[in-house]
Design a protein around this ligand. Structure first.
Ligand code: SF4
Ligand code: SF4
Length: 300
């Protein structure tokens, strides 16, 4: 991260903490919900199948920018399926940079060649070792790892949603993040139980056991892109929701935190680590701020 960007984020953070502001800094544009996979834990793929046109996505980006957002996430569905005539995902990243976003992050399932060196970070879903990842995501593990190995840049961060199928593979994913070329770190979430995937939710005890493994792996030097101090709140689901520093926009509709904000009761069972982490950081929790600085400088 550039020093100038860091200074701007710090300024935003100080203002948010001191003035108890609720302005967003991180914004997600949904470019499509079309996806080439049908993962077992997913409730949001191929509902409309629409690939939004370039002009619409540009408009959504501008809306976020005008709201004060400076970190842009591009999400799907599968982002690499996005296309509009000659325009590809690469053009969306370039557009985001040109518009003035300080950081542009792309989320992907990793099934397409990762030729995206302009992205500040590529968040790539890896849900376990080969066996457990494939149990959730179909026979995709080998293709993904091959694409990671051949990626155009070392801007990849693994992203694991821990559920009842893969809860015993946390260590494997930490080790893969540590040992795989082009990968900087891994970031975790617990499964957020949408009504159609409730059976995959972890119990409090299972979450605690996963956090113990993550802590142990962090201690042994595995590159984990999460804040240890948030674990207690994640295990107990005792963090405040939603996260006001994050917004999502899809086809002009803005939601605070995530589109899941509309699912009744879901926020009480939220498994997204970033919600707990950002809420702690932007409420001025000194431990969270310290851990965030250490983690970001190390991996971003
Ligand atoms: S790759 Fe992502 S969007 Fe597609 S089915 Fe899996 S979790 Fe859902
Ligand atoms: S479940 Fe609620 S708190 Fe969690 S990401 Fe979705 S909107 Fe945010």
């Amino acid at each position: 991260m550039k020093i100038s960007s860091f200074i701007r984020f710090t300024g935003f953070g100080i203002k948010t903490i001191l003035l108890k502001k609720k302005a967003p800094i991180i914004g997600t544009v949904i470019v499509t919900d079309r996806c080439n996979l049908k993962c077992k834990h997913c409730s949001v793929n191929n509902i409309t199948g629409i690939i939004y046109p370039y002009s619409k996505i540009r408009e959504d980006m501008q809306t976020l920018y005008d709201m004060g957002v400076r970190i842009l996430f591009l999400c799907g569905g599968e982002t690499f399926l996005w296309r509009d005539g000659e325009h590809t995902l690469r053009d969306l990243v370039a557009e985001g940079k040109q518009m003035g976003f300080l950081s542009v992050v792309v989320f992907t399932n990793g099934m397409f060649p990762l030729n995206l060196p302009e992205a500040d970070l590529i968040m790539l879903s890896l849900d376990g070792d080969r066996e457990r990842h494939n149990a959730i995501r179909g026979n995709t593990y080998d293709t993904i790892m091959e694409n990671v190995k051949n990626a155009a840049a070392d801007n990849i961060c693994f992203y694991m949603a821990i559920n009842r199928i893969n809860k015993d593979a946390v260590e494997d994913v930490c080790a893969a993040a540590r040992d795989t070329k082009n990968v900087r770190a891994v970031s975790f979430n617990f499964h957020t139980p949408y009504p159609d995937t409730r059976e995959l939710a972890l119990s409090r005890e299972e979450k605690a056991a996963c956090c113990d493994v993550i802590k142990r792996m962090m201690k042994s030097g595995a590159p984990v892109f999460n804040l240890k101090c948030a674990f207690t709140y994640l295990i107990d689901n005792s963090f405040p929701t939603p996260c006001y520093q994050c917004v999502v926009i899809e086809n002009g509709k803005v939601s605070t935190c995530g589109r899941c904000v509309d699912v009744p009761g879901l926020c009480d069972e939220c498994g997204y680590f970033y919600v707990a982490e950002y809420n702690m950081i932007f409420r001025g929790n000194p431990k969270a701020v310290f851990e965030m600085l250490r983690t970001y400088f190390k991996y971003i």
